[in-house]
Design a protein around this ligand. Sequence first.
Ligand SMILES: *Cc1c(COP(=O)(O)O)cnc(C)c1O
Length: 413
Amino acid sequence: MFEYCERRLRCEQVDLDEIARSAGTPCYVYSSRAILDAYEAYDDAFGDVPHMVCYAVKANSTLAVLSLLAKAGAGFDIVSGGELYRVLQAGGDPARVVFSGVGKTAPEIRFALTNGIAGFNCESEAELAEIDAIAERLGVAARFSLRVNPDVDAATHPYISTGLRGHKFGVDIEAAEHLYRRARSFRHLRATGVSCHIGSQILDISPILEAAEKVLALIERLQAEGHEIDHVDLGGGLGIAYQAADRAPGIREFIQQLRGRIGRDGLTVVVEPGRSIVGSAGVLLTRVLHRKKTPAKEFVVVDAAMNDLIRPALYRSHHDILPLRQPEASTTVLADVVGPICETGDFLARDRELVDVRPGKYLAIASAGAYGFAQASNYNSRPRAAEVLVEGDRWRVIRERETYADLIRGETK
Ligand SMILES: *Cc1c(COP(=O)(O)O)cnc(C)c1O
């Protein structure tokens, strides 16, 4: 959805330069078509297999993005009460919400139960006991899956790998049967599924398939013991191509492979994709402030920084950087692209060949739709960026740029 047309980078049918000039920079821009195409790819690929595609809200929780997906019929995977609040405000259906996460608080559990969410993905016996007690007080039944740790290596960045025995996530798959048995004594809990999520930015899907097989084998054993398991939740994690060399599997191909393994009658399949729905659907627009040369290096200083997009600093991740206007004759420079923040870790790219990076020029930092704005902060008292949604030949601001007054909201002297 981001392509050059007559040397101008466009999002759908809108010239990104027009957005940069009018909305200012830094500014996130999302293609509604790209988001919906990715969601529909998941939804279609399941065909007649009963399924629920629960978009992982943490990847991009902006209201207009959630609303777009809610209207398309998506469910949601949440990891906090704040995310549930956002989903409800966006018009999402709580009956299609699953609540994941390793540390849910009592108020969050109460909030979820009073809104009738689909179920909890639980991570410990202590958590089961707490949900049971709260459900009892509210006079409701809570549906849950145990998130099991299948002990498979997602082969991704260590910070976003979650399915190995040493990680904080999930219940050891060997211990899960025992815990399901014990959970029978909790009178306000219903065990209806088994879940897992082994990591993020997974480019080789075989670990996901391996985890799925382990989880399905567990479900068979649980059903044989009389547990009424009606769904399997395989989490999210499908990666996207941040650079040409990344061999990202297509969504349809991924789901077809899954279908091949889990064509079991009756079982509803839940997936929780985040990055693969919004990642490639967004860019971060920024303006070149200065060029700076030291004896060792050349720097391009831009107005976006690690507080706007932390992925390069946190995960060493690569984002392509594209000029909004393709120059006729391009002279390239090899430089680091850095922001104004007082940290050496504040870089968006290192040793990168760049074209047309004179001061005043605009650049697009590609594949920034997931874990971009969602991880933005006010570090260095920088107001958070504006966000824009493009729909065909129209665009609108879906979040205003923060003001200085926003920076001190709620503070006292
Ligand atoms: C983060 C997360 C997801 C989404 O992961 P992606 O890699 O963005 O698809 C899904 N489920 C759980 C439990 C998560 O923590």
